[in-house]
Design a protein around this ligand. Sequence first.
Ligand code: G6P
Ligand code: ZN
Length: 542
Amino acid sequence: MTGTFITAGPFEGQKPGTSGLRKKTAQFSAPHYLECFIQATLTAVGAKGKTLVLGGDGRAFGREAAAIILRMAAANGVAKVIVGRDALLSTPAASHLIRLHGADGGIILSASHNPGGMDGDFGVKYNIANGGPAPESVTAEIHAETLRLSGYRISATAAPDLTQEGSHRLDDMLVEVVNPVADYAALMESLFDFKAIRAMFAAGFTMKFDAMCAVTGPYAVEILERRLGAAPGTVMNATPLPDFGGMHPDPNPTWAADLYGLLMGPDAPDFGAASDGDGDRNMVVGRGIYVNPSDSLAVLAANAHLAPGYAGGLKGIARSMPTSTAADRVAKALGIEAHETPTGWKFFGNLLDAGRITLCGEESFGTGSDHVREKDGLWAVLLWLNILAVTGRSVRELMEDHWQRFGRTFYSRHDYEALPVAPAEAVMAGLRQSLSGLPGTVVGDTSVTLADDFAYHDPVDGSESRSQGLRVVFANGARFVLRLSGTGTEGATLRLYLEQHSDSPADFARDPQEALSAVIAAADQLAKITSLTGRPAADVVT
Ligand code: G6P
Ligand code: ZN
């Protein structure tokens, strides 16, 4: 080991959550805070002699953090770091680079869809050699180390200039600064029918992609505008900014309201899509029609064979438990495995590595496949474009075709954001306590058939994950799920997931909130959300 040992820490509260450690930028950039977490990570994973990938979504403090991490990596004996130019890498691109180079892991600097800037959030996530988020066994070891350490090791040598692609040295460590887009764009070109998509754009197909001033801007401009010939300006908010231009880079109808409004208005293009801070989420909107993420997964699964990368068919499909069951119906029709996992992309890793599934997705605007080990926003957009190009159908027609074939699974998520912790926990505790007595209870004109606290048994490594969300299923096929968000940084966010399936074509045009009104009322009756939180309605409805 080289460099200087700086005595500092330990800091309380450096426990990685659903997706790495997320804190206010001010806290992360406070003296020694980032450094202690990075030291814990490097120690826990045994970084000496290893090759790591490093990059992030361009948010405030990212470049400074990358420079610190490089100096610490050198002092901790890391052999090589592959870093995106300007410290930029989307999360899926980082996952791909880890796999492409056979790296031992990677450090991603992002708080995903949380706002950035010095008043916003910052985050650090460690990914393992398969390119996916570290499993709980690794994050638990990192956390234990954050509480054990007494300081960190850092080189006195300045980090190389990350604006320059090429090979640099930092003491004994090699730093390879790479184009953040090139390898990822080549991967996309290998999976999708670019020729068909190019022809569709050439024939006048119009689209808007909202990069929300976050990391996907350069990726989307290169792929959509340069390689596929979409009109210049197709990508909105294309330049990554440290504070995301003040936007909340979460692609949903509330936070991507401009794009959403455009697609619902008189001047709507044929297709709209948005991605989040670090490029792993996606929202898809057709002209005058919103595609909820659960339906998106189901439609992509039913049509994936139209893309060259999936022409051989799918091995299986997985979805997180709160995601609607629409994809299960597709799996059944295709005669392939369907898996239901807890919320969090890391739970798909084993199924993907074991070749049990090809596609997976979550209601939280995440869709992906076995091409990387993260969800992938642009990948989902390109698969949609590929399907639109090959079928010649509009988004609305594709959705209507899908409902005719599989029925429509009405779905919505109601979020109660930044609640004080006590009432949020009271809602969860109250429902949890009543679960065992619920089966058989009549609510409205149906009755409860199943009520449990979801537990997952991983079929690949046999691990058990308990208390992953409260689930209540009704005899008429309706279902609601209640869980607390694991990614927020302010108070508690309660998420209520609502679903109702119908096979009756007369229902297909119904407004989802109206079609779900009975299960919305049932959830409030059983979980007492309004009375315990004092909130008459949800803050965000997706
Ligand atoms: C991150 C993870 C997703 C997960 C989501 C849940 O985005 O990458 O896999 O679905 O968090 O967020 P929540 O706020 O509901 O815990
Ligand atoms: Zn993200």
